[in-house]
Design a protein around this ligand. Structure first.
Ligand SMILES: Nc1ncnc2c1ncn2[C@@H]1O[C@H](COP(=O)(O)OP(=O)(O)O)[C@@H](O)[C@H]1O
Ligand SMILES: [Mg+2]
Length: 300
């Protein structure tokens, strides 16, 4: 069996290349030839009759594509060309934009923090008035969580303690899409990461910050512990993946009052080095085994 691992041509940090290596090694263990192709090699080439992606002399047709990138236009293109893409372009797009994730989950009644999506503006205009912040203040109490819709590792997630901090942050973010969110006080500095593959939670870690940061991300100095999820937490994580059309994902869950699970976000291309270090579960193995099973069933 042959597969392509689509990666981003412009992301070269160890954090990403390490994941690519884990995935190709997991494939090798299962007898699958998983070849890395970047999104700059497999360009979206429209107006072509061929069912193969013919570019840079790429003529072979892989049995599946493991899409480890956010280039959803390319993912969509490959789906149109008839390739079996994991995760789907729609699933990746629904996770990449945190406001879209919340919209999809909301329509299915999933419990999330109270959220307001900032009105869209244009990069050459920005926010010429900020009166919508009056509504934000009325609906959400300080401190208010502000998130850029596109971001990861906690790096585009902020907390505003008062109106001035809110204005400063919004001004700083500029015209980029963002959302405002209720701060789940009972989850301050702690959350859960559940890794789902297929319809199963294969590993879970409890993340906590002991440096006063409200974000539990390991990249922000958070610590981790293996965790035995409750049935409710498991069901919620799997439900999110079903709603968003994901084959696998890292689901972040907050602790509401009385430990009620509240969905924070869903990551279609969740990094799995930390969860391996924490739990010993190699998520790359689970993902490849799942894909192979799916392809074999499809071929029967
Ligand atoms: N509404 C919230 N209330 C409390 N903590 C939050 C909230 N939203 C996010 N956090 C904390 O911030 C971290 C980063 O937020 P998240 O939405 O997961 O963004 P990222 O994609 O950067 O990981 C979470 O893991 C959690 O610890
Ligand atoms: Mg997160």
């Amino acid at each position: 069996m042959k597969g392509w691992l689509i990666t981003n041509a412009f992301l070269h940090t160890h954090k990403f290349t390490e994941i690519h290596l884990w995935l190709t090694e997991a494939a090798k263990k299962l007898g699958v030839d998983l070849i890395i192709k970047t999104n700059a090699e497999v360009l979206v080439l429209l107006n072509s009759d061929s069912t193969n992606v013919e570019f840079n002399n790429i003529k072979e047709r892989p049995d599946f594509i493991l899409f480890w990138d956010k280039d959803v236009r390319l993912a969509k293109y490959l789906e149109i060309k008839g390739y079996h893409v994991f995760n789907s372009s729609q699933g990746i797009a629904a996770c990449d934009d945190k406001s879209l994730t919340h919209l999809y989950l909301q329509s299915a009644g999933v419990k999330m923090p109270r959220t307001i999506v900032a009105p869209m503006t244009f990069s050459n205009i920005g926010y010429t008035k900020l009166d919508f912040l009056d509504r934000v203040e009325k609906e959400l109490n300080y401190p208010i969580v502000i998130k850029e819709c596109f971001g990861s590792f906690g790096q585009q997630v902020y907390l505003a303690g008062n109106r001035q901090e809110l204005i400063d942050r919004v001004t700083d973010i500029g015209a980029k899409p963002m959302l405002f969110q209720e701060f789940v006080q009972s989850s301050k500095g702690k959350d859960l990461r559940l890794q789902v593959v297929g319809n199963q939670v294969v590993a879970t870690m409890y993340r906590y910050s002991d440096n006063g940061d409200f974000r539990a991300n390991i990249t922000n100095g958070g610590k981790m512990k293996p965790y035995e999820p409750t049935q409710k937490q498991i069901e919620l994580a799997i439900q999110c993946c079903k709603i968003l059309g994901l084959d696998f994902a890292g689901v972040d869950i907050l602790f509401g009052k009385n430990q009620e699970p509240i969905v924070c976000e869903v990551n279609s291309n969740a990094h799995f080095k930390n969860i391996y270090d924490c739990t010993g579960v190699n998520v790359a193995d689970s993902i490849l085994a799942y894909i192979i099973k799916r392809i074999c069933i499809g071929n029967k």
